[in-house]
Design a binder for this molecule. Structure first.
Ligand code: LMR
Ligand code: MN
Length: 433
């Protein structure tokens, strides 16, 4: 490896001091100008690029500017590209790690791979660096690569908890082979090691246990998750939560503040049913549920509003229903929910699951339900069924599970509503889900 720059280049030092001095005023244009000059004059000097990166990331953080962060990343990449010419290990490694952190933050997950590989090649004895690569694949939902990288890491470090976790997550997702995934997930969570203790990992292990019929073990795990405050409670396991909201499995309309608006909607249930049935009978309009929640049977949906946005082409095919929902902005404008028809065929079982957020309540307006005694919705420890023309409300951040053991279609309009305890300001500023 080449020598670090020896003391001779005072000019570089001077230029760097000048550029750093610009930081005081926090004027992005001036800082950029000064550091651009530095990296232009000293393009061959790795440190120029590193210093530019560090200055811009600082400024980006202060000003919450993604554009400056972007510039910082580019400088980090140029610095890292000198690779063999850099002797300062601490500096090189931390530059790589910062660069990855920023790329992840901006969602440029594909671009992290080259940086991960640079680090792995330089420090081949470090399993953590490989686990960071597989973590980026997990963040990108690239389960094929996740499995591949984790499997390779396990070849060399069979007891590594994070690679076991990543391998287990991939197995469950790709093959649905819960029995095979379980020992990996269980080992990882029980290890308590850094990188294994995230709420989402507890959710996945819990699901795996439940799907293997190990309900007592699942309950115990969920209790551990609640003790760690990963979950609001044993049964309420949503991951995107606002503090302080009332939480109970079922709600009476009168408790929500939406009672009269819901009553109005409910009175039109036959009109809504007519639209839903026409769409369903025309075929090809409803989409299969796509989150691997279905154990058996057939369960399809037709979306009208999502994340507070009207689904225009679908609403054109259900204009009366959508017009009715326009009068209920707490639902049609709910950034953390949807409005959709949900068609469940006979002999369907939906695995226990929790919705993503405690910021909404979920109402079901029942449109077709000829066999109430053969269908059931469990929310936490309470159970109920569907009856035509009725409306009920539950909090889907609580664990719920559905059975349809009958012989005929069950059809409902599902409408999410902003949790009534959320202020107008919160409703406007919460990120969509
Ligand atoms: C759910 O929210 O998972 C179910 O209640 C949906 C449905 O169609 O019953
Ligand atoms: Mn659900």
């Amino acid at each position: 490896k080449a020598e670090e720059k020896s003391g001779g280049d005072d000019l570089f030092e001077q230029e760097l001091r000048k550029a750093n001095a610009e930081m005081i005023n926090e004027n992005p244009a001036k800082v950029l100008g000064a550091f651009n000059k530095l990296t232009h004059t000293y393009a061959h000097e790795p440190l120029a690029h590193l210093k530019r990166a560090q200055a811009l990331e600082q400024l980006a953080e202060k000003q919450h500017s993604n554009r400056l962060l972007h510039e910082a990343i580019e400088s980090y990449k140029r610095y890292l590209a000198f690779d063999d010419l850099i002797a300062n290990e601490r500096e090189f490694r931390s530059a790589g790690e910062r660069c990855i952190e920023h790329l992840r933050f901006l969602g440029y997950l594909q671009q992290t791979v080259a940086i991960h590989e640079l680090l792995i090649e330089r420090y081949p004895a470090e399993s953590v660096l490989r686990n960071e690569l597989s973590l980026s694949y997990l963040m990108a939902n690239n389960y094929v690569k996740l499995q591949q990288v984790a499997a390779e890491t396990l070849q060399r470090w069979p007891k590594d908890a994070v690679s076991q976790l990543h391998f287990g997550l991939a197995i469950k997702q790709l093959s649905g082979d819960y029995a095979r995934a379980l020992p990996y997930l269980q080992y990882a969570i029980d290890s308590q090691e850094v990188g294994t203790q995230e709420p989402y990992f507890y959710v996945v292990l819990g699901e795996t246990l439940q799907r293997l019929g190990r309900n007592k073990d699942a309950l115990e795990l969920h209790q551990r998750g609640a003790d760690k405050q990963f979950f609001a409670s044993v049964y309420q396991r949503s991951l995107y939560n606002e503090p302080g909201l009332r939480a109970q499995p079922f709600w009476q309309p009168g408790e929500t503040g939406y009672a009269s608006q819901l009553k109005q909607l409910q009175q039109s249930w036959r009109v809504i049913r007519q639209e839903a049935l026409s769409l369903l009978n025309a075929r090809g309009n409803f989409q299969p549920e796509a989150e691997q929640l279905r154990h058996t049977g057939n369960w399809q949906q037709f979306e009208l509003f999502a994340q507070g946005k009207r689904q225009h082409s679908n609403c054109q095919r259900a204009p009366l229903t959508c017009a009715l929902l326009d009068k209920l902005p707490a639902s049609s404008g709910c950034l953390r929910g949807q409005v959709k028809f949900s068609a469940m065929q006979a002999q369907t079982h939906v695995w226990p699951h929790c919705g993503p957020t405690n910021c909404r309540l979920r109402a079901h307006l029942t449109l077709v339900a000829p066999e109430p005694q053969l269908t059931s919705l469990r929310v936490a420890e309470q159970q109920r069924t569907w009856r035509e023309g009725e409306l009920f409300i539950f909090d889907d951040s609580f664990e719920h599970e559905v059975w349809h053991n009958g012989t005929q279609l069950r059809l409902v309009l599902i409408l999410d509503l902003w949790h009534p305890d959320l202020s107008e300001v919160q409703r406007r500023s919460l990120s969509p889900i």
